[in-house]
Design a protein around this ligand. Structure first.
Ligand code: AMP
Ligand code: GLY
Length: 421
């Protein structure tokens, strides 16, 4: 069987490594993949946003099954186009991927169907947004409507910062067209939990919960990043909270999308905040999270291809999806200076003894040598019986990997460890 995975980051590397456990899969192509993924898949230099290029490649190479992992190709209709050519896919169609592609869509959906989320207003002109801010409570959250590489959310502590955020989005077009319309929403507090789920539009099967660490610096200081590390499960996600989420959020969301004629099939990611008033949705993603996937999939005991196929075929209810009761931790090694300015091109040394645990995000092959090519370079995952030992093992492996200007947070999982007791 020939598979194709669209994307080229640590998340895609984790998906590919897991898919490879199925002996029926002969070849996996990664479009575009990266220098590290090249050890596990055949990388093809077609960008994840080049939808026509992806479809042509799939047809010409007789691809049996495609996994479309990143948000942009999903929102651009990659799954629709592949399915038109008869290629079965894992991932939502464009009309369902809008749940991530437009924050205004997802907020309006939650309001219409009574799904708990922060209260909000939407704006399409700057003057009304600025007027609204004159009397709104602070802090407040300003969000660009469209995709903005995970950077379209600004938490403003005071009125001046809030106004500046609106001006930079709507007038200065900091996020291009994504910021032409905005959401201004209530600032919520509480621990955050990521829950990825498999859904075929009828059944929803939550995966093990996880916790991301978004800020660049230790103790959650510094700028927001794509994620500096993750642990799973998330100790704040108790059985009681999980039951409430299923009843108040997960099933209502799947039902709402069906009623809107936008059946969601694939991985639906619930970004949740456990507030004093119960769990609320901070964001939906139409895909696996990064770097959540790097801790969630290593704990999946079932065969990933079988589960994905059940999603595609609408047979998830009949599928056994099992997770280990162990703990996983992933530490991201980045280039010093990320997420602002960083140097690239430094050789990376990964000993064979740890290679299985490494998910490469930003590295290229240069004359056969793996060199850094991005801000987040790689993630290192360990699985063990306790969170503490998984974290110790992950850091031990991190210390064995070397490249110039390597930077990583030293406190991944510390908050989770405190919450456990
Ligand atoms: P997002 O890109 O939607 O994941 O938002 C990035 C981060 O901003 C989230 O992980 C939260 O930490 C924070 N955030 C988003 N919305 C809110 C909110 N309404 N209240 C407090 N924090 C928020
Ligand atoms: N880790 C957050 C995301 O994938 O959007």
């Amino acid at each position: 069987m020939k598979l194709m995975v669209v994307g080229g980051g640590g998340r895609e590397h984790a998906i590919i490594k897991k898919l490879k456990e199925n002996p029926a899969i002969d070849t996996i192509y990664a479009l575009p993949g990266n220098g590290g993924i090249a050890a596990d898949a055949v990388c093809v230099g077609i960008a994840a946003t080049d939808i026509s290029g992806i479809v042509d490649f799939a047809v010409e190479n007789g691809i049996d099954y495609a996994v479309v992992a990143p948000d942009d190709p999903l929102v651009l209709g990659c799954v629709d186009r592949l399915e038109e050519k008869g290629i079965p896919c894992f991932g939502p169609k464009a009309n369902a991927a809008i749940i991530e592609g437009s924050k205004i869509f997802s907020k309006d959906l939650m309001k219409k169907y009574g799904i708990p989320t922060a209260s909000y207003q939407t704006f399409n002109d700057m003057q009304s947004a600025l007027e609204y801010l004159e009397t709104a409570d602070m802090p407040i959250v300003i969000k660009a409507d469209g995709l903005a590489l995970g950077k379209g959310v600004i938490i403003a502590e005071n009125r001046d910062d809030a106004k500046q955020a609106v001006i930079s989005m709507m007038q200065d077009k900091q996020f291009g067209k994504s910021g032409e319309n905005i959401v201004i929403e209530e600032f919520l507090t509480g621990p955050e939990v990521s829950v990825l789920s498999f859904t075929d539009g009828k059944t929803v099967v939550p995966m093990i919960s996880s916790m991301d660490h978004k800020r660049a610096g230790d103790n959650d200081t510094g700028l927001n990043t794509g994620g500096m590390g993750t642990v799973a499960p998330n100790p704040y996600y108790t059985k009681e909270i999980a039951d409430r989420c299923m009843k108040e959020i997960f099933i209502p969301t799947i039902d709402a999308m069906n009623r809107e004629g936008r059946t969601f099939k694939g991985c639906l990611y619930f970004g949740l905040m456990i507030t004093a008033k119960g769990p609320k949705v901070i964001e939906y993603n139409c895909r696996f999270g990064d770097p959540e996937t790097q801790v969630v999939l290593p704990l999946l005991e079932s065969d990933l291809y079988t589960v994905m196929r059940a999603v595609t075929d609408g047979k998830l209810a009949e599928c056994d999806v099992r997770f280990s009761d162990k703990h996983a931790a992933c530490v991201i090694m980045a280039s010093k200076g990320y997420p602002v300015h960083y140097e690239k091109g430094y050789p990376i040394t990964i000993p064979d003894t740890v290679a299985d645990s490494v998910y490469v995000a930003g590295a290229a092959l240069k004359d056969g040598q793996l060199v850094t090519s991005g801000g987040r370079v790689l993630g290192v995952t360990a699985v063990d019986n306790t969170l503490k030992s998984a974290l110790d093992m992950a850091y031990e492996k991190v210390r064995k990997i070397t490249f110039e200007n390597a930077y990583y947070r030293r406190d991944i999982g510390q908050r989770a460890l405190k919450a456990e007791v």
